[in-house]
Design a protein around this ligand. Structure first.
Ligand SMILES: [Zn+2]
Length: 407
């Protein structure tokens, strides 16, 4: 049993063949959810699943479940997966890796003639990326009961096409009954720089950061840049600048993987010789601990008054999104760590700064994730890249973690 390993070459070839569907000139993929290229990718996955002797089911939001039976049919399945859709200019590995790694685990068990007690499933979740239809993580969200199916089916893209219509058009409006998963593992590229920076092969993912997003509107007064003395200005951009510094200061001052970002800003009237009278900007904080996240928000609110007074402006801060932090199941995380250690891979605990299907699935089943490095930490980009040996290592960890759970 200790010698059992996945076939890294077969995994790589599958990823490369899949990446031809929706391939872009710069080496990435454009595979928006529920389009013809998404259908092609789904059909390829379905063909490979059939070839591996798996039974395929599709549910009402188009999630695909490819099942390998266990010796105890009453046992809840141990599932692996991720997503096959991509960003408009996405990479070959984001999502695709988790689905192909799951398939490779089942191919390996087939080759070795190993039966498990619990059934095993590979899941491809619909519309993780959220670029054609919102919300993001749609399929796993419906599965976990976060969004009602009818609500999601009515969501429209910019051309007015609804999710329900698009599902029917590509032939993936299924009817599989809701199922209970005994466990869910998701292998994914890190999409950040930590593993590469620390020369680590496997990230043992503890959970995902909670997120609080705000829209800020700062109102001052447009004024001529020449005749208006510094003391008499109501400069909205000066206040915005101080807010940016404050967000950065707070994120650096707090523990638990704190992040603080201002990524969007609109300046009015945006003219060289006018003191800016209005700024609209985004503010977001992330943290692994919901209480710490609240303290960060309180710290920001606490400094707003002083900034507003000193800059003689009004600042309105509206919360638009609050995702609570996700802590993965301790025993599941332990089986990932044990597998990495037993296989002799360098590994470290890590948190996900981004959302993933596993975050929603974790609300209804014990879940965990396995991260592998990606070059330069770059993702959501056509140049996204990962090393074959790292992808194989993550897949071996997936294999042993799944066996620990299902054997
Ligand atoms: Zn992804």
């Amino acid at each position: 049993m200790r010698q059992l390993r996945i076939d890294g070459e077969r995994l790589w070839q599958s990823l490369m063949e899949l990446a031809r569907i929706g391939a872009t000139a710069k080496g990435g993929v454009r595979r928006l959810t529920l389009t013809d290229v998404d259908r092609e990718a789904r059909q390829l996955f379905a063909r490979w699943a059939r070839d591996a002797g798996l039974a395929l089911e599709v549910d009402g939001v188009g999630n695909m479940f490819a099942r390998r039976g266990g010796t105890d049919p009453a046992a809840a399945p141990v599932a692996m997966g991720s997503h096959l859709d991509s960003q408009p200019s996405g990479g070959k590995f984001d999502g695709a890796y988790g689905v192909m790694a799951g398939l490779e685990v089942l191919r390996t068990l087939n080759d070795a003639g190993i039966k498990t007690r619990a059934p095993l499933e590979v899941v491809s979740w619909t519309n993780e990326e959220g670029s054609r239809f919102t919300p993001v993580m749609m399929g796993s969200g419906v599965f976990a009961g976060v969004f009602p199916l009818a609500h999601v089916l009515a969501q429209k893209d910019v051309d007015g096409i609804a999710v329900g219509e698009a599902l029917k058009a590509i032939g993936y409006a299924g009817s599989a009954a809701p199922r209970r998963l005994g466990a869910y593992f998701e292998a994914h590229i890190e999409q950040g720089p930590v593993l590469e920076d620390t020369n680590t092969t496997i990230g043992v993912v503890q959970g995902a950061l909670g997120q609080r997003w705000f829209d800020a509107v700062i109102t001052g007064q447009d004024a001529h840049a020449g005749p208006t003395p510094m003391d008499l200005r109501k400069d909205a951009l000066l206040a915005a600048s101080r807010l940016v510094l404050e967000v950065n200061r707070i994120a650096r001052a707090f523990p638990d993987y704190a992040r603080g970002t201002v990524g969007f800003m609109q300046v009015k009237p945006n003219s060289r010789n006018v003191v800016p009278g209005e700024v609209r900007m985004s503010v977001e904080f992330r943290n692994q601990n919901d209480d710490t996240l609240s303290e960060m928000v309180a710290a920001l609110r606490g400094s707003l008054k002083a900034i507003a007074a000193e800059c003689r402006v009004a600042i309105a801060l509206d919360e638009v999104t609050h995702f609570p932090p996700c802590q993965f199941d301790a025993a599941m995380v332990g089986s990932v760590r044990d597998a990495a250690a037993a296989l002799g891979y360098t590994h470290r605990d890590i948190v996900s700064g981004a959302g993933h299907d596993a975050v929603y699935v974790a609300r209804v089943a014990p879940a965990a994730m396995i991260f592998v490095p990606c070059e330069g930490g770059i993702s959501h980009n056509e140049i996204e890249s990962a090393a074959p040996q790292d992808l194989a290592a993550g897949c071996n960890v997936l294999l042993y973690a799944v066996l620990a759970r299902a054997a």
